[in-house]
Design a protein around this ligand. Structure first.
Ligand code: HEM
Length: 160
C-alpha cells in the first residue's frame, strides 16, 4: 500500500500511471495534431510533494514529442497547490491554484525560457485536470506574446 504525507490526501486521486491514446493539440497559429501521452504522479516518500512526468509521442511512429517533468506541491493543511514544471522546449513554469474534489485548476504566475527559444514567447499556461471514474481529463490553455489565452491540448487518460 502506498504511504504518503496526509497533506497530500486532496491529490490522491491523481496518483499512479496513466495513458492517453487520443490527445488533440491545436492553436490558432499551428496545424491541429494528435498525440499519445504517458503520465505518472508519485508522492515522494513522506514529503508533501509529488513528482510527475508527462511524456508525449506521435501516434503513428511513437517518436517522442513534448516532455514535461516536475513536482506538484501542496501547502500543508490547505487545498492550495503548485505545479513546478520543466519542459523540453526550454520553458519552465510555476502554476498555482486549487484542488477541489477530484479536480484541479492551476494558472502560471511565472514562466522562464532560454535565451535561444523559438518565438513565440509563452506568457501564461493554464491546466485543468479532472478525474471521472477511472479516467483523467486534461485541458491545457496558453497565452503567448502573439495569441491570447487559447486551448492548446486536450486528452483523456485511463489508469494503467
Ligand atoms: C506549438 C508551447 C505542450 C506539441 C507550440 C508553441 C508553443 C508551445 C509556444 C508555438 C505556438 C505558436 O507558434 O504560436 C507549449 C507548452 C506546452 C506544450 C508551454 C506545455 C505546457 C505540448 C505538447 C505537445 C505539443 C504536450 C505534443 C504532444 C506542439 C506542436 C506544435 C506546438 C506539434 C506545433 C509545431 C511547433 O511549433 O513545434 N507549443 N506546448 N505541445 N506544440 Fe506545444
Amino acid at each position: 500500500e502506498l504511504k504518503y504525507n496526509d497533506a497530500l490526501k486532496p491529490l490522491a486521486w491523481l496518483f499512479g500511471k496513466w495513458r492517453g491514446e487520443q490527445g488533440r493539440g491545436k492553436y490558432p497559429t499551428i496545424q491541429d495534431f494528435s498525440y499519445t501521452e504517458e503520465a505518472e504522479f508519485s508522492p515522494i516518500g513522506m514529503q508533501p510533494n509529488v513528482e510527475f512526468k508527462l511524456y508525449s509521442f506521435k501516434p503513428d511512429t511513437n517518436a517522442p514529442m513534448h516532455r514535461e517533468t516536475g513536482f506538484v506541491k501542496i501547502k500543508p493543511g490547505t487545498n492550495h497547490i503548485a505545479f513546478v514544471a520543466a519542459h523540453n522546449l526550454g520553458v519552465i513554469d510555476i502554476q498555482e491554484g486549487e484542488v477541489s474534489g477530484q479536480e484541479l485548476n492551476v494558472t502560471s504566475h511565472s514562466v522562464g525560457r532560454t535565451t535561444f527559444n523559438k518565438d513565440p514567447i509563452v506568457k501564461v499556461t493554464k491546466r485543468r485536470l479532472k478525474r471521472i471514474n477511472d479516467e483523467l481529463e486534461l485541458v491545457m490553455e496558453m497565452e503567448t506574446d502573439k495569441t491570447e489565452l487559447t486551448e492548446h491540448l486536450r486528452i483523456t487518460y485511463t489508469k494503467i
